[in-house]
Design a protein around this ligand. Sequence first.
Ligand SMILES: Cc1cc2nc3c(=O)[nH]c(=O)nc-3n(C[C@H](O)[C@H](O)[C@H](O)COP(=O)(O)OP(=O)(O)OC[C@H]3O[C@@H](n4cnc5c(N)ncnc54)[C@H](O)[C@@H]3O)c2cc1C
Length: 383
Amino acid sequence: MSTESTVAIVGAGLAGLGAALSLHAQGISSTIYEAATASERFAGAIMLSPNALSILDKLDVYKKVVSSGWEFETVKFVEVDGKVTDQQYLGSKDVFGYKALRIYRNTILKALKDACAERGIAIQYNKKVISIASETASSATIEFADGAQGTHPLILATDGIHSRIRTSLFPQSTPTYTGILVVAGAVPLSALDTSSLPKDLTLNQPIGETPANTQPPFLLAPQNPTATDFLAGTQRRYPEQSREEWARINSDRAFQRNFLLEGVEGRSALMQSAARGIEDESANQAFEDGWSLALVMASEKVTQVWKNGGEEWLKVMEKWEGKRKERVGRLLKETMRMNNARAPKEVRDKLPKEEIWSGDGGVGQGRWIFEPKIEEWVEEITR
Ligand SMILES: Cc1cc2nc3c(=O)[nH]c(=O)nc-3n(C[C@H](O)[C@H](O)[C@H](O)COP(=O)(O)OP(=O)(O)OC[C@H]3O[C@@H](n4cnc5c(N)ncnc54)[C@H](O)[C@@H]3O)c2cc1C
């Protein structure tokens, strides 16, 4: 069994890599343990907004990836006849310093891994953590699937939605399904029959979201710099399934194709191929969490406290978690309002106006999301 002086990070996804780089920026070393192999690839593109992009900029990663993705500022809601009914800001160069960015997850993962390599942050692949074997006030021992163990002063669990560490520490805590299934895939421009698009909706617009009249929405968004590659998809309410059934659906192309095309008559000609992708929208929060935690740990009053562990460290973590939960709670409500805005008209008509996201407040209404003032609240909790 090895005893390390570095923080252990379990999982080399966006959250783990972002946390490792944030800790490094504050002079705190870490080792990352990743269950997958170094060559594993992850599907799909994600949308990163100014709150995440400003952190990636501080980590010296943003400028290396921005030209590989599609930059945009607004989402348009367009009816079948081409009428634009709403426009919402997801970024703004002038107001927040960054446009929003759609980018392939593999591109951003590679850039983060390259940055780790440059800074000497070790990533150990094929290292699946199975549990926390033991804990003392100032360290914890993790157990790997290959039988090895490692002891570190602190363990950060960034092992994704089905976290082994969360299950090991809090068996009663399970992820909650939002009730909305998104099926989307990458489609080349050459596979889109643009003649079936509503008139006035050109594909070189930043992002287009069609329908939402009586039908479920059809989402369309460029995701490479030349706008020759698109996200195309839909979302609507769908009953919760077992983990095994979600896994089956995730590889069932016929199900995905039917889900995509059902109820989107008039849009079906747009799609000649359908792919997949079922998930949430929390990559942006992952970067915020890594950055804020690193700032807390490096602050003058806490720098020794986390190494000592015990009650005092737990109190700091409770404060950090309190701030984080407050923000995540607000963001979840906002996500539901966004989902309601994408619901068919008959659903929206039954909802109070304040439960539906709208662009009426202009660019400034997103300020609390896109400019989170992390440094201020870290200062507040570490004072
Ligand atoms: C198609 C798709 C589109 C999305 N679009 C958006 C979007 O537009 N905006 C947005 O903000 N988010 C989006 N998301 C969600 C976003 O990708 C996730 O929130 C984000 O990837 C979560 O990052 P993570 O690092 O917490 O977890 P993950 O990316 O799941 O990474 C966890 C890592 O831990 C490793 N691991 C798991 N178990 C163990 C173990 N026991 N031991 C060691 N390692 C382990 C895994 O192999 C993995 O590398 C999307 C997701 C998908 C699939």
